[in-house]
Design a protein around this ligand. Structure first.
Ligand SMILES: C[S@@+](CC[C@H](N)C(=O)[O-])C[C@H]1O[C@@H](n2cnc3c(N)ncnc32)[C@H](O)[C@@H]1O
Length: 200
């Protein structure tokens, strides 16, 4: 097991204790649903969730009728994602995999989703180039990232530059709503969507 996988495996048991990770609180869950579901095409869309963690977003989108495929480098995250999705009765599949080298054919997905994952990758531009190839024509990249008070993360300007360098149009929306995070935030948290226009 790589050091990266080992690190995230160790995070898995307590991962969902963070309000925005586990989405256990109805108001927080509702805030994420209100943010993400309108960004998706009509259900059932095919969605890739790279670095899916414990599967909270995959399950949320599965409950909205979408078909989500998730990968994560950490086996303990994948196990938890499978259990969560099965308990919710949603149509989702999860496998252990490296987001640097996604295991799917090109032009497979309507949406490629990643929350709090791009920042953790060793070669972000290379990874995003590969992620974009997973999209069907007209498909959409949806990323939630941040530059957190801890000093970790990447800024919206940094991520925009990478996405635009791949020839994509993109827009960024700050995510300051306390309901998304379980409390007020003062650091930089944002949504990046490419293309910005509504996908039908
Ligand atoms: C901060 S967590 C976010 C999890 C999930 N996206 C969410 O929003 O709840 C980062 C996740 O990325 C995964 N990860 C980190 N590097 C990865 C890689 N190279 N390939 C796949 N997953 C990776 C970790 O195992 C972890 O589950």
């Amino acid at each position: 097991m790589s050091d990266i996988a080992r690190y995230w495996d160790q995070q898995a048991p307590g991962f969902d204790d963070a309000p925005d990770h586990g989405l256990r609180d109805a108001a927080i869950r509702s805030a994420w649903a209100s943010l993400l579901i309108p960004l998706m095409p009509l259900a059932p869309a095919r969605i890739a969730d790279l670095g899916c963690g414990t599967g909270s977003l995959a399950t949320l989108l599965g409950e909205a009728g979408h078909m989500v495929s998730g990968i994560d480098v950490a086996a303990s995250m994948v196990t938890r994602a499978r259990v969560k999705a099965a308990a919710a009765g949603v149509n989702a599949d999860f496998e252990i995999g490296d987001a640097m080298t996604p295991p799917w054919p090109r032009a497979t997905f309507d949406v490629v989703l990643g929350r709090h994952v791009v920042w953790a990758l060793p070669e972000r531009a290379l990874a995003l180039g590969r992620w974009l190839k997973l999209l069907k024509p007209g498909g959409r990249l949806v990323l939630i990232e941040g530059r957190w008070w801890t000093g970790a993360g990447l800024t919206a300007d940094e991520l925009l530059a990478i996405v635009r360098a791949h020839g994509r149009r993109a827009s960024v929306t700050p995510l300051r709503d306390a309901d998304l995070w379980g409390g007020p935030v003062t650091d930089e948290r944002y949504l990046l969507v490419s293309p910005p226009d509504r996908v039908v």
